[in-house]
Write a protein that binds this ligand. Structure first.
Ligand code: GLA
Length: 384
């Protein structure tokens, strides 16, 4: 990410002065997909790609925002009725509104931003943007009185209330809390978390991007969430205290088989199994048992493809190629419907895998997948 680049555009676009500069990263997730909004566990880490924003209060009651990548400029006020139409600007507007709701006296500012998290690749470019603005606004207008968890929730609430995606907390949590060299296991029910240093001797983590852009807002994501809630409601009638699928076992699920749709049943089965897989992977990691980690990743892919049905032909193909090449673990990462696979690869297999994946994918789909080596990095921070 290039600070000087953002700064030069900020200077050029506004009045020649400079502001404060902040960065927030995108994320990977080793395992635990669609478990966050079910009160389960996730296992993300922040990456070395993200968003850089420059921001300076302008003494007015308007935000003047410039997207460097899109070369698009938007102005908006800070009241609820001032929501801008451009979707990228709605993220910034949403964060301002959510900070205001939490008592921060947000005033007008000039801002420019750019990012190198690939958009729609399942690495949470939107969470990176939200977290960067939440962090910056807290610093500039809020005396940093909002704690880090609440900043993550500001991003999540922005998605819920201004974008229309009923996402969980994983992406924003990872972007805010990221730590170089460590993955984080978050319990999304209690919000307790733990850093796990992740330096697998002899292996590399690599993302292969199907270049199919995923569209979470396309309602498929919210529909999955609804399925989970339907099942929880049925189980809660028989078992007091059940609030999330996290509180359910496969036996409890079996008890409501006749009361829920076959589709909802299958979705819930995936989630209950996936929550357990995160715990199994943590155990395996503590023993340095990467074969088990990899096996669980393949199981997740199978579940996401066949039970949760959030994969696509291109991602299934990349998963098959990884398996054929002897890759230790591979699966679709993030919300699904496109984006990347995450792959745990032995060093000596890396070159063969990447070459084969590129060649075979191109042969079949007529275009090359992109490849990103994972570098686990720090979360939201002030740069200048
Ligand atoms: C998206 C959402 C997250 C999470 C993942 C799936 O990235 O924003 O909250 O649900 O999908 O694990």
């Amino acid at each position: 990410m290039d600070i000087e680049f953002v700064r030069s555009r900020f200077i050029k676009h506004f009045d020649g002065t400079t502001g404060s500069v902040y960065a927030s990263p995108g994320r990977i997730n080793l395992i635990g997909e669609h478990t966050d909004y079910n009160g389960g566990f996730v296992f993300p880490g922040a990456v070395d790609k993200g968003m850089i924003i420059e921001i300076k209060p302008n003494g007015e009651d308007k935000v003047k925002a410039y997207s460097i990548d899109l070369k698009d400029y938007v102005e908006f006020g800070l009241n609820e009725e001032d929501a801008p139409r451009a979707s990228w600007a709605r993220y910034i507007f949403g964060v301002c509104r959510e900070m205001i709701k939490r008592g921060v006296e947000v005033k007008g500012f000039n801002t420019a931003f750019a990012g190198d998290v690939p958009l729609g690749a399942g690495m949470s470019s939107s969470a990176a943007l939200e977290s960067a603005y939440a962090y910056a606004i807290n610093d500039l207008f809020g005396d940093n009185k909002i704690d880090k968890f609440e900043l993550a929730k500001v991003g999540q609430a922005t998605e819920h209330n201004y974008i229309g995606v009923k996402c969980g907390i994983m992406d924003q949590f990872a972007s805010v809390f990221g730590k170089e060299g460590s993955l984080m296991r978050l319990d999304c029910r209690s919000l307790e978390y733990q850093y796990f240093p992740f330096k697998p001797e002899g292996y590399r983590l690599v993302l292969v991007d199907s270049v199919v852009k995923h569209e979470l807002a396309s309602s498929a994501y919210n529909k999955r969430r609804q399925s989970c809630e339907n099942v929880v409601a049925a189980i809660a009638k028989k078992h007091e205290g059940v609030q999330f699928l996290r509180d359910c076992t496969l036996e409890m699920l079996a008890e409501v088989k006749e009361e829920v749709s076959a589709e909802d049943y299958m979705r819930a089965e995936y989630v209950i199994e996936e929550i357990q897989r995160v715990l199994d992977v943590c155990d395996a990691l503590e023993k340095g048992d990467y074969e088990t980690v990899g096996q669980k990743m393949f199981e997740t892919h199978h579940g996401m493809s066949k039970k949760y049905e959030v994969s696509c032909e291109e991602l299934d193909f990349l998963n098959d190629v990884a398996f054929d090449c002897g890759v230790t673990g591979s699966r679709v990462m993030g919300g699904g419907f496109g984006g990347c696979t995450i792959n745990l690869v032995k060093n000596e297999l890396y070159e063969t895998f990447i070459t084969t994946a590129k060649e075979r994918f191109k042969e079949k789909f007529g275009r090359s997948p992109k490849v990103y080596d994972v570098v686990i990095s720090d979360g939201s921070r002030k740069l200048l």
